[in-house]
Design a protein around this ligand. Structure first.
Ligand code: SAM
Length: 217
């Protein structure tokens, strides 16, 4: 069994006030674990997830965006030492992250399964692509930085699309209360399981949010 090193950095203060009062959807946690742990993802799950997020799209930005929303992502990029020219955010939703990501990379693209999420994208959103992250319209090793914030982990596609020295940035805005959540060890284990080689991570917290930057060891 592989066991990539996980470096834990000191936690920082913060809060995700924008999502208070929302109900943790345990079915999405179940889907998260099925996708990352067993590679389960079928047409029924695609429809289920798309319908759910299409329905949430009109209220997504107003119920989640707040001035500190991107602090965990910014902290991950900064203290995680994330660099690169080409970045793709998977499961970008309405691109609330655009404030943090725009200007940091030469090329930035946002991908999401839900057309409604993309239709409600914030004004400063990067180019948008509607696609399924289990079958990305990206060339092998094309991406330096893959950003997944509150998004399912498809480890085979992450491994295929990520450049050799690339970084996966994993953020859970409400830590273990985030419906689509995996602990850092599970992210590393999922990647090691499908690739058969070691990955390493640096991880920390900003308030209740957790983040990890994961690379090949
Ligand atoms: C919990 S939301 C997070 C949105 C955004 N990252 C944020 O933190 O505000 C999850 C997003 O992932 C998208 N998503 C789910 N499965 C996907 C897939 N297979 N491919 C691409 N996007 C997907 C959903 O449509 C939704 O917009």
């Amino acid at each position: 069994m592989l066991s990539g090193a996980i470096e834990v950095l000191p936690a920082r203060a913060g809060s995700d006030e924008g999502t208070r009062g929302t109900v943790v959807n345990h079915r999405m946690r179940e889907v998260t674990e099925l996708v990352a742990g067993q590679g389960t993802w079928d047409a029924g799950m695609v429809d289920e997830v798309r319908v759910l997020f299409d329905s949430l799209a009109p209220e997504w930005t107003v119920t989640r965006d707040h001035p500190d929303r991107n602090l965990p992502l910014v902290d991950a990029l900064d203290r995680g030492g994330v660099e690169g020219r080409t970045a793709v955010e998977l499961g970008a939703g309405t691109c609330i992250s655009a404030r943090a990501l725009s200007g940091r990379f030469e090329r930035l693209v946002a991908i999401d399964l839900s057309r409604e999420m993309l239709a409600h994208a914030v004004d400063a959103a990067p180019p948008l692509v509607c696609a399924d992250a289990s079958r990305l319209p990206l060339a092998d090793s094309a991406v330096d930085v893959l950003v997944l914030q509150n998004m399912f982990l498809f480890p085979v596609e992450v491994d295929r699309c990520l450049a050799g020295e690339g970084s996966l940035v994993w953020v859970n805005s409400r830590g273990s209360e985030t419906p689509i959540h995996l602990p850092t060890a599970a992210v590393v284990a999922s990647l090691e399981s499908v690739t058969g080689s070691a990955w390493r991570a640096v991880t920390s917290m900003v308030g209740e949010a957790t983040w990890a930057v994961v690379r090949r060891a």
